[in-house]
Ligand binder design. Structure first.
Ligand SMILES: Nc1ncnc2c1ncn2[C@@H]1O[C@H](COP(=O)(O)OP(=O)(O)OP(=O)(O)O)[C@@H](O)[C@H]1O
Length: 701
């Protein structure tokens, strides 16, 4: 049974010709609707032409072209279909005419140039292009690959048509056996910055997508090109190509070195190259494989690129015999150094990242073996992460989930950073890959919305000090001043150290001399307690509480205060003792006088005895006074141990104690004449010798 279709204009030539002639279904209703629409469109177009003569130069907005009702397109194609179209170009013209009729693509499109050129960040230099882009955004291109031999053999039909190097039409064929949906054929329309039909050469793709980017990289800006698409869609071919038809990577490096050679007269260029692979969420260096590496840049040469690509993980899948199972990233860093008029060194660093992503695919499209499944899962995971990032960027979210995969981490700069970014979406013409192609086109269309930050020049200016005589003098003066300041600093430090040492020594001297036990003995307890009560408590809130200097100072002050108190207490004690002593001496004197008087009254006084008595009285009254003077005068007494006054006191006490009653008081002058055998406390060094007594006794005898 003959099968009707409404997408002849974008079908394979042979098939379309065959099917076009045999299509009996030409719905009258559809025709009527299309004619009505056409009439309305023309009416509107003529009206706007009358009001605005410049209308002819108006370029349609991309969103006007997107997702048109398929019926309109289909009807249009039918109305203008030329059953005799023999080649692709004819087909393109037919559909282009249809668009013109509908007034959606009235502007003449230059086929060889990109309408919206890359934003180079510098509005002044590239203001036109920048404005044309409506700001800095990702540039999105689509490349359609030719139908493969195998695909033709197994009866694949072309479901994609690229027109005007810009518009992409995707036709969804119905199943030939699904009679109910025969009329529900849908064509989707997409518009990109540039779209490349299957006949486009590698050089054309490179110059349109990456040529301008390379210029910007040489000026010190960052640029990224990444290929996205289903497995077998032509990503590796676009990025790397073959020996006969080298791809973007090879052409970019060739171009780069040619440009560097041109510019090398005015400065020095250094080119760093690294070729990385992200396989199963592990980053590997393709130039020295075998070990995973943390992202780094490697100084290598371009010759290693081919070898690196041989190291890339590839496996045959059902869709592609040499399917890349990893994402490959070639990074070229160009450093440019020159000097300006003031001899300052200007350094510009631009980075170009060329990324060949692994194929986006459904699990069913690959073999279901374990390793393949794992690879597929990882590829899908990273591509899912990529799509999440794209979604977040388009929606203007604050958090972009770059960390979800290694791939998005690597593409962070390209997607959301300060970078000129180009995305090339590769698609297959086969209707068997319709789903993948639709997804790719959908994501590419969405990626157009991503806006990136203004790409600024990565420039560093190193100011050089010119070596004139004034500068040299200034440098010498500054060096001399610096030296003097250093010497002063050392002197000050020494002074501080000396002061600290003195403070510590003083504090130690003040604290150590009087052990607490002794001071407590010598200090009146009441006075000390009162003083202790007055002592201020260290507060945690006081700023100096925890500083070592303040604590040392405080200790020294406390020690001095304590000593002052001790001295005061000692003085008071001495005064008291002096008073007591005077009182005691008076008493003794009175007692002696009484005794003498009573004895005088009993006996007749003898001359010798009077002399002895007089002498004893004299010594007894004088000696304590001398001691007293000594005590007052002697400065050592102030610091004498408490035992000394106790001993001295004990001397007087003993003297008193040895005379329990005034009657029994024994003195050399009184006792010895009475009882010579009795022990005498006066037989002490410094006291009168017994000779005197003996003499007295002999005199007695
Ligand atoms: N523009 C083109 N012209 C001629 N042949 C092409 C073109 N694009 C792709 N091919 C061929 O199609 C086949 C698949 O292409 P390629 O390996 O580049 O796909 P891929 O997208 O990288 O797939 P995968 O993701 O599985 O690695 C290759 O044989 C390649 O030579």
């Amino acid at each position: 049974m003959p099968v009707s279709t409404r997408s002849k204009a974008i079908m394979n030539h042979e098939q379309s010709r065959r099917q076009e002639y045999t299509n009996p279904h030409q719905g009258l209703k559809e025709k009527m609707r299309a004619l009505t629409l056409l009439y309305e469109q023309q009416k509107r177009a003529s009206f706007s032409l009358r009001n605005n003569p410049n209308h002819l130069h108006h370029s349609p907005k991309p969103q006007d072209l997107r997702f048109k009702p398929p019926e309109m397109l289909d009807s249009c194609k039918k109305l203008h279909k030329d059953p005799n179209f023999a080649d692709d170009e004819t087909k393109e013209n037919n559909v282009a005419d249809a668009d013109l009729v509908f007034g959606t693509n009235t502007a003449p499109v230059k086929s060889s140039t990109v309408i919206r050129k890359l934003s180079m960040g510098n509005g002044a230099e590239k203001g036109e292009n920048f404005e044309a882009c409506g700001g800095s955004r990702i540039m999105v291109f689509v490349r359609l690959r030719p139908m493969g031999k195998k695909e033709r053999e197994n009866g694949s039909r072309c479901c994609v048509k690229v027109l005007n190097k810009r518009d992409v039409y995707l036709t969804e064929f119905t199943n030939d056996n699904d009679y109910l949906r025969l009329k529900r054929l849908r064509v989707r329309h997409f518009t990109f910055d540039s779209s490349f039909p299957e006949t486009t050469t590698q050089r054309e793709v490179y110059s349109t997508t990456t040529g301008d980017l390379l210029e910007a990289v040489l000026e010190g800006r960052n640029g990224s090109v990444f290929c996205y698409g289903a497995t077998g869609a032509g990503k590796t071919y676009t990025m790397l190509g073959t020996m006969e038809n080298p791809g973007v990577m090879v052409l970019a490096i060739k171009d780069l070195f040619a440009k560097v050679r041109e510019r090398s007269l005015d400065g020095n260029h250094t080119v760093h190259l690294s070729y990385l692979e992200v396989y199963n969420e592990t980053v590997r260096d393709l130039l020295s494989p075998g070990r995973p590496l943390i992202l780094r840049e490697d100084k290598q040469v371009m010759a290693l690129l081919q070898r690196g690509n041989q190291n890339r993980t590839t496996e045959p899948t059902r869709c592609n015999e040499t399917s890349s199972r990893s994402h490959a990233i070639l990074q070229v860093v160009v450093e440019y150094k020159t000097r300006d008029g003031s001899m300052n060194v200007i350094s510009r660093v631009g980075k170009l990242s060329l990324i060949d992503l692994a194929g986006s695919e459904r699990a069913i499209a690959t073999d279901q073996r374990t390793l393949r499944s794992l690879e597929g899962a990882n590829i899908n995971r990273s591509l899912l992460a990529l799509s999440s990032c794209i979604n977040a960027l388009v929606e203007g979210k604050k958090h972009i989930p770059y960390r979800n995969s290694k791939l998005t981490q690597l593409l962070k700069d390209s997607l959301g950073g300060s970078c000129n970014t180009v995305m090339i979406a590769n698609i297959s013409p086969s209707n068997h890959s319709f789903g993948e192609t639709q997804n790719t086109l959908h994501w590419a269309d969405r990626a157009k919305e991503i806006r990136v930050k203004g790409c600024e020049v990565n420039e560093e200016v190193v100011v050089q000090v010119s070596e004139g005589p004034d500068q040299a003098k200034l440098v010498l003066e500054l060096q001399e001043e610096n030296r003097e300041l250093r010497v002063k600093l050392v002197e000050q430090e020494q002074k501080v150290l000396t002061l600290e040492a003195e403070t510590i020594a003083a504090a130690n001297n003040n604290i150590s001399p009087t052990p607490p036990s002794i001071s407590s003995l010598m200090t009146p307890p009441s006075a000390l307690t009162a003083q202790q009560k007055k002592k201020p408590r260290h507060s945690l809130l006081s700023g100096t509480c925890f500083t070592p200097e303040s604590s040392k100072r405080r200790k020294a002050e406390d020690a001095v205060k304590e000593l002052q108190l001790t001295v005061k207490a000692l003085k008071m004690e001495m005064e008291r003792m002096k008073r007591e002593h005077v009182v005691q001496m008076k008493k003794q004197k009175e007692e002696l006088m009484k005794e003498l008087c009573s004895k005088k009254s009993e006996k007749t006084p003898e001359r010798g005895k009077e002399t002895t008595t007089r002498r004893i009285v004299t010594r007894g009254s004088l000696r304590p006074k001398e001691r007293e003077k000594e005590l007052i005068k002697s400065p050592s007494h102030r610091f004498a141990s408490p035992a000394a006054p106790a001993k001295k006191r004990s001397f007087w006490d003993i003297t008193v104690a040895n005379s329990p009653s005034l009657d029994r008081r024994k003195t050399r002058s009184h006792v010895l004449p009475v009882n010579q055998e009795a022990p005498s406390m006066l037989l002490q060094p410094g006291f009168a010798r017994p000779r005197t007594t003996t003499t007295t006794t002999q005199k007695k005898h």
